[in-house]
Design a protein around this ligand. Structure first.
Ligand code: 6PG
Length: 214
């Protein structure tokens, strides 16, 4: 028993439904929030009050409703300089430098973009070669900056959970499951951890039913 649970939440629109469910009283007691430290696997470089903020989305749907409150909630301090915000997050991820680098998070929630990005790791971007655990990265397709966990950190996790919904994801899901895509999401192979895919029927509709659990 480690006495703490290191959980990283994902952003985007897909997890909002899960967060809303987890905020319901009957679900709240299923997690030991009082011993849970909450992180964000990525964040848009906007203020925490901005409608695009992953922190705001998760707070509105889940974190602000929790009682007892989590042991800690670590948002990305987007108001700091990028170097300071990264140093601040490294400090929290290593529990004030008491954990080895890369630290092992217990559960990391991730989403998936139609072109295969996950967290804010987009195809063909230099951040994919980072040896650091966190990065401030420019996303040309979104003309914006983001903070993100890197592959070394993600691949040190105990459990990765991909949450994917919508028919617009069916092609990339098919490519990933048939090993045809070399995209960031297909570079997630935690050792000795594991990866779980939570797909709705729309995103999974191209998959060969024989490979799906019954
Ligand atoms: C973000 C996310 C990103 C997201 C995918 C899927 O900040 O946008 O972390 O990686 O998970 O873009 O987004 P949707 O759930 O909105 O499809």
């Amino acid at each position: 028993m480690r006495g703490r649970f290191l959980l990283a939440l994902s952003g985007g629109s897909t997890p909002r439904q899960l967060y809303t469910l987890l905020a319901e009283p009957s679900w709240q007691q299923r997690l030991d929030w009082a011993h849970t430290l909450v992180f964000f696997s990525d964040e848009r470089d906007v203020p925490p009050t901005h409608p695009d903020s992953n922190f705001k989305m998760a707070s509105d749907a889940l974190l602000s409703h929790l009682n007892p409150v989590p042991q800690a909630i670590y948002r990305w301090h987007t108001e700091y300089s990028p170097a300071m915000a990264l140093a601040d997050y490294r400090h929290h991820l290593t529990l004030d430098n008491t954990l080895p680098v890369p630290p092992t998070l217990d559960v990391v929630l991730l989403g998936l973009g139609p072109e295969g990005h996950t967290a804010s790791l987009f195809p063909d971007r230099p951040v994919l070669d980072s040896e650091d655990i966190v990065s401030h990265t420019y996303v040309p397709t979104h003309n914006s900056w983001r903070y993100t966990f890197t592959l070394p950190l993600l691949n040190a996790s105990r459990h990765i959970a991909f949450l994917v919904t919508g028919s617009e994801k069916q092609e990339i899901i098919d490519q990933i499951f048939t090993h045809q895509a070399a995209v960031p999401a297909s570079m997630i192979h935690p050792v000795p951890g594991d990866v779980h895919w939570f797909l709705d029927s729309a995103s999974a509709q191209r998959l060969n039913p024989n490979i799906l659990p019954s």
